[in-house]
Design a protein around this ligand. Structure first.
Ligand code: PXG
Length: 297
């Protein structure tokens, strides 16, 4: 495996950053998780634009112009000879001293890129659906570093996911301070009731998922269904016909059990199945080509 760090490639064992990097000392940095399907990087522009927005929001100057970061991503996938990949891009504040002051990180931000094979939910989960529990950990408020910033501070999400695992579930729902559903530890959430689709708005405190955006587009353009972005309590999930999650790793996947309640018929419902199919077809035929022979549709 070849890992990109600040313009150089390293073997896995040698791919290291300093213990004085503020990414390590304070979780001071931002990241992206991106997928490549069959030699094309999916929604690369959307991921890079979110990276730029996250960086701006924490006063972090990216070490390279976006065009050069795009090239580094494509080069890294190519250097690893991958067609289907999970790409983790991380920008840390860089090497500083043992203090919070970001001005001490004089060498500037560090960018590293890992391109690896993808680990997915087993196929059966796409038929049977996931089990969710509500986490006791609240989503960060909008008066904190907003959840829309994909920052290196993922502890709340990690602890929420640990609660799900301890309860025998795959994902955890995070409520915001108002008690509204915001998102899951690593996925956005949607529900379907009487043919209408609902999802929390950005103002509920969510990561504005790239997959979420694609699903909004596919619903309106391919399925002719409008998605309503509004706040809702857990009750709406419990009484939904279908619930599904979206994320780069999971794509689109049904949730059929929530806090011990069965949702709909307790298997992936018809609209969710249609969306899974629609998303898969779309994701596998669109994206930025990594190798010359790949053609953009
Ligand atoms: N909310 C949170 C908190 C996330 O971390 C999403 C929503 C979905 O966003 P995208 O842009 O991916 O549609 C995420 C993304 C993993 C993994 O390894 C997690 C994510 C992405 C890729 C891999 O669990 N989370």
């Amino acid at each position: 495996m070849k890992i990109y760090i600040d313009g150089e490639y390293y073997d896995k064992a040698d791919a290291k950053v300093s213990v004085f990097d503020h990414g390590v000392l304070y979780g001071d940095g931002v990241f992206e998780g991106i997928r490549a399907y069959n030699g094309r990087v999916f929604r690369l522009e959307d991921h890079l634009s979110r990276l730029q927005d996250s960086a701006n929001s924490i006063l972090l100057k990216l070490p390279l112009p976006i065009k050069d970061i795009e090239k580094a991503i494509l080069d890294t996938v190519r250097a690893n000879g991958l067609k289907d990949a999970y790409i983790r891009l991380v920008v840390t504040r860089g090497v500083g001293d043992l203090g919070l002051d970001m001005r001490k990180c004089r060498s500037g931000a560090t960018l590293f890129i890992i391109a690896d094979k993808i680990e997915l939910y087993p196929d059966e989960f796409y038929e049977k659906g996931l089990t969710l529990v509500t986490s006791t950990i609240r989503q960060k408020g909008l008066d904190q570093v907003t959840p829309s910033v994909k920052s290196l501070n993922y502890l709340a999400n990690i602890m929420a996911r640990a609660e799900a695992t301890a309860a025998g579930a795959q994902e955890a729902i995070m409520l915001n301070a108002q008690g509204h559903v915001s998102e899951c530890s690593g996925d956005n959430i949607f529900f379907i009731k009487k043919g209408k689709i609902f999802t929390p708005p950005t103002s509920a405190g969510i990561l504005v998922g790239v997959t979420r955006q694609v699903v909004l587009e596919l619903c309106s353009e391919k399925l002719g269904i409008k998605v309503v972005e509004r706040n809702f309590p857990r009750y709406d999930l419990y009484s939904a016909d279908e619930v599904f999650l979206t994320g780069t790793g999971a794509e689109v996947i049904a949730a059929v059990k929530i806090d011990g309640r069965s949702i709909g018929k307790a298997v992936a419902g018809p609209l969710t199945r249609q969306l899974i199919k629609c998303f898969r077809e779309y994701a596998r035929s669109h994206g930025t080509p990594v190798y010359e022979e790949a053609k953009v549709k």
